[in-house]
Design a protein around this ligand. Structure first.
Ligand SMILES: NC(=O)c1ccc[n+]([C@@H]2O[C@H](COP(=O)([O-])OP(=O)(O)OC[C@H]3O[C@@H](n4cnc5c(N)ncnc54)[C@H](O)[C@@H]3O)[C@@H](O)[C@H]2O)c1
Length: 451
């Protein structure tokens, strides 16, 4: 249906021309090469070799409507905006476990053995570099290989050296944290400015977690940083300052994949119909390494905070006290090894309607954690690389238009993030239209019915 070949208005041509082209190799640097990362990398290779389709990826399969509904013009997103093609992606990363990515993918037990065998040499060719790790921040894991250094600044500079080495083999880079969930950290004085943070690196401030060493190193090198976990990482003024200064975009946090994705669809549905919600009980069982890490109360607290915030933000009890002021929201995650990566998430939702009559809704989502997360990680890498090439996005710091992908989206100070999946989707697509100089779509539609 695309008529992208048709003559474009001057504004669109000019806007598109200001975006640097996606030529050359895009290096993807991944701290934490476990289930999500190996599923992403193996998946990209399987798609490149024609063994499978990139299902779940908006950048690979999604379309975007341009102009009026009657124009019938809905190109593929990857043909509309200049994204790196999958053939140009090169991967590297860090982990605390020895072995190559074939071993890591086998351990993760997400993809079937036959599928892994098809791409075995490729996976065997990637071996994670030793990590900057500290067990204080992820209690349930013990490192087999890790960097040593005299302080956090030294470790972060070693990561910068790794980046410099990778830069010599690739043309552009992005970094995405798919490492474990770290313990819950509140923002403190060391996070408030870049100067305080850099002093804290030298002084080994306990407020600085390993994920922040990678983020600082990436941003210092002018590389965009994505946070797929619920950790504080770049959601602090110091990182925002560095990101804006370097023109290296940031976004996070916590991939919105399963239960929370469904929550961010159902809650807006109740609210838009002015239905009340008195209780929302969410529980999960999962048995992968992520589940094991989350079995530690300090890591669970980080995840819990990330999962709890959105209902209040979507339902706005302060505007609708009759409907939501007494809402009881509970989230549980239980480590249950037999299920591995195949998580089961139950929701019991107590709602009420006309005259206060109660009703219930039950959701039982038998999902696959990393199968849902991998396409989001891919999209984020490609869109963040686009942001870094786009005037008007590059120096914004937080890329709020990518909140579509996150459970607890980072946002500017004083601005609450949008959580409704469809508002987030509209925001993302309008941002793409905006940077390409196309008309935004407001869904007003009155002109179809004019005289
Ligand atoms: N659907 C999903 O799978 C999903 C959704 C949202 C968020 N997440 C988050 O994504 C992250 C990855 O999930 P996963 O299932 O791949 O977990 P995983 O345990 O399989 O992989 C995480 C890897 O990070 C490594 N790691 C920990 N600390 C590190 C450090 N300092 N440096 C380098 N490596 C380090 C671990 O050794 C492990 O191999 C977790 O934080 C998880 O909460 C996953």
């Amino acid at each position: 249906m695309s008529n992208l070949g048709a003559a474009k208005p001057a504004a669109a041509t000019q806007a598109a021309a200001s975006i640097k082209p996606a030529t050359g190799k895009l290096g993807i640097m991944i701290p934490g090469m476990g289930a999500v990362a190996t599923t992403l990398i193996a998946g990209v290779e399987a798609v490149r070799r024609g063994f499978a389709k990139p299902i779940g990826s908006l950048t690979q399969m999604g379309t975007i409507r341009l102009g009026k509904r009657t124009d019938a013009n809905s190109p593929l997103i990857r043909e509309f905006v200049p994204l790196a093609p999958l053939d140009d992606l090169v991967f590297t990363g860090w982990d605390i476990f020895g072995g190559n990515l074939y071993d890591a993918a086998k351990t993760a037990q997400v993809l079937e053995r036959d599928q892994l065998e098809q791409i075995r040499p490729f996976l065997e060719s990637i071996e994670p570099m030793p990590a900057a790790f500290n067990q204080h921040y992820v209690k349930r894991l013990t490192a087999k290989k890790q960097k040593t250094g005299k302080n956090k600044c030294d470790l972060a500079n070693q990561i910068r050296n790794d980046i410099a080495e990778f830069k010599s083999k690739t043309d552009r880079q992005v970094m995405i944290w798919t490492g474990s969930t770290e313990i819950f950290l509140e923002p403190s004085a060391v996070h408030q400015s870049l100067a305080a943070f850099e002093k804290g690196l030298v002084e080994d401030d306990p407020g600085i977690a390993p994920s922040q060493l990678y983020a600082w190193a990436a941003l210092k090198e002018g590389i965009p940083f994505i946070n797929g976990a619920p950790n504080l990482t770049v959601d602090i003024p110091a990182m925002n300052e560095l990101s804006r200064k370097m023109g290296a975009p940031i976004c996070g946090k916590d991939f919105k994949t399963g239960q929370t994705m469904i929550k961010s669809v159902l809650a807006p549905a109740f609210k838009t119909r002015m239905l009340g919600v008195s209780g929302w009980y969410s529980t999960n069982i999962l048995g992968n390494r992520d589940g094991e890490v989350l079995d530690d109360p300090e890591s669970f607290k980080t995840k819990e905070e990330s999962k709890l915030g959105l209902l209040e933000m979507i339902l706005q009890p302060e505007l609708h006290p009759d409907l939501y002021k007494d809402l009881y929201h509970k989230v549980r995650i239980n480590y249950y090894p037999p299920r591995g990566d195949n998580k089961e998430g139950w929701d019991n939702i107590d709602i009420f309607g006309w005259l206060g009559y109660p009703m219930q809704l039950k959701v039982d989502f038998l999902c696959r954690d990393s199968i849902l997360a991998a396409p989001l990680a891919l999209d984020l890498c490609l869109f963040m690389d686009l942001a870094a090439r786009t005037p008007g996005l590059r120096n914004l710091g937080i890329q709020e238009w990518l909140s579509f992908y996150f459970k607890a989206p980072d946002s500017a100070k004083g601005v609450y993030p949008e959580h409704d999946l469809f508002i987030q989707s509209m925001k993302l697509k309008n941002t793409l239209r905006h940077i390409m100089g196309e008309d935004l779509i407001t869904h007003l539609g009155l002109d179809y019915y004019g005289e």
